[in-house]
Design a protein around this ligand. Structure first.
Ligand code: NAD
Ligand code: UDP
Length: 319
């Protein structure tokens, strides 16, 4: 059935892919974004579609729209972006969630929260299962993001229990692909940019820390699947369970891009999680989902996209 769908943060990396998928599926899509970490070019190809609308708006302020579903994706996601203005980051998660949950309550809409593996902090449990409550430093430089997302989960569950709001929570693990902001400072974008320019590849720490990288198409399948479930609120881990060290990632990027770049070490940022890998048993059981795109294939597509863009079209985030 055709739905009226609001995607907050809809011009961002993941949001723009989600909008594209939902527009192609025939839904009436409203993309809401303040363009803090994105630009109109991510959705410009959708602007002449009759079932797509773009609104420049900040989720920390209320908005009145009539919709059936809300994907709450608005929030800077890369450490460099969310630490740029940490107070704004936490406001975006907390006030943004309150505003969107209020909208969902008023409209009787189903609402999905894009939560994160960061709710687990630097985890003592490996791989991470949804029942693990996490190890977050509440006063560290990552806390504005991690704690903001944790409060957002609390708000979602309280609106669900107290006000019967139909919520869904997904905990997204590191996701990459075309349209990631080339200057977001995240490891995939940094390594690809550095490799293509023939610059040194910056490994933070000894490079033995791990991450598990999910390709954006797999991620979109999972969150659309989660929005479509009728009896499962979550939270559910969404990510690729294949774990790589950061050094292995650097070597893969060099190999796939045919680069002659060398690896150099830089200091490890504070509170950088040592390892991260999702246990996706719950997603498999409840959504029948698991990722299909292996790292080499997804990285190749991302490298090709980086080759196709003009880096001059991208700017660092502004307040
Ligand atoms: P992104 O930075 O590309 O997208 C976020 C979008 O939200 C941007 O378009 C930005 O301009 C917008 N935004 C930020 N603050 C806003 C505000 N106050 N009002 C309106 N719009 C605002 O990041 P992404 O990787 O696409 O992440 C999307 C969502 O998924 C985020 O909520 C993020 O926390 C979550 N997530 C992403 C990952 C990942 O690896 N990409 C991992 C875990 C969680
Ligand atoms: N990292 C790195 N070099 C870079 C950027 C990041 O070694 O140029 C490391 C970073 O310290 C972390 C991992 O790569 O251990 C993933 O970092 P990212 O910022 O992509 O996301 P995180 O998972 O930490 O939120």
């Amino acid at each position: 059935m055709i739905q009226r769908i609001l995607v907050t943060g809809g011009a961002g990396f993941l949001g723009s892919h989600l909008c594209e998928r939902l527009v192609d599926d025939g839904h009436d899509v409203i993309c809401l974004d303040n363009f803090f970490t994105s630009q109109k070019s991510n959705v410009v190809h959708l602007l002449d579609r009759p079932n797509f609308e773009l609104i420049r708006h900040d989720v920390t302020l209320p908005i009145f729209l009539e919709v059936d579903q809300i994907y709450n994706m608005a929030c800077p996601a890369a450490p460099g972006h969310y630490q740029y203005n940490p107070i704004k980051t936490i406001k975006t998660s907390v006030l943004g969630s309150i505003n969107m949950l209020g909208a969902a309550k008023r409209c009787g809409a189903r609402i999905l929260q894009a939560s994160t593996s960061e709710v687990y902090g630097d985890p003592e449990v490996h791989p991470q299962v949804e029942s693990y409550r996490g190890s977050v430093n509440p006063i560290g430089p990552r806390a504005c993001y991690d704690e903001g997302k944790r409060v957002a989960e609390t708000l979602f569950m309280d609106y669900h229990r107290s006000n019967n709001v139909d919520v869904r929570i997904v905990r997204i693990f590191n996701t990459y692909g075309p349209r990631m902001h080339p200057y977001d400072g995240r490891v995939v974008s940094n390594f690809i940019r550095q490799a293509l320019a023939g610059h040194d590849i910056t490994i933070f720490g000894d490079g033995e820390q791990t991450r598990s990288f999910c390709y954006r198409d797999d991620l979109c399948d999972a969150i659309i699947g989660m929005m479509g479930t009728d009896d499962f609120v979550g939270p559910v881990n969404i990510g690729n369970p294949v774990e790589f060290t950061i050094r292995e990632l650097a070597e893969k990027v060099i190999e796939l891009s045919g680069s002659k770049s060398k690896l150099v070490q830089r200091p490890l940022p504070a509170d950088d999680p040592t390892r991260r890998r999702p246990d996706i048993s719950l997603a498999k059981e409840k959504l029948g989902w698991q990722p299909k795109v292996p790292l080499a294939e997804g990285l190749q597509k991302t490298i090709d996209w980086f080759k196709s863009i003009d880096l001059g079209d991208y700017r660092p985030p502004t307040p």
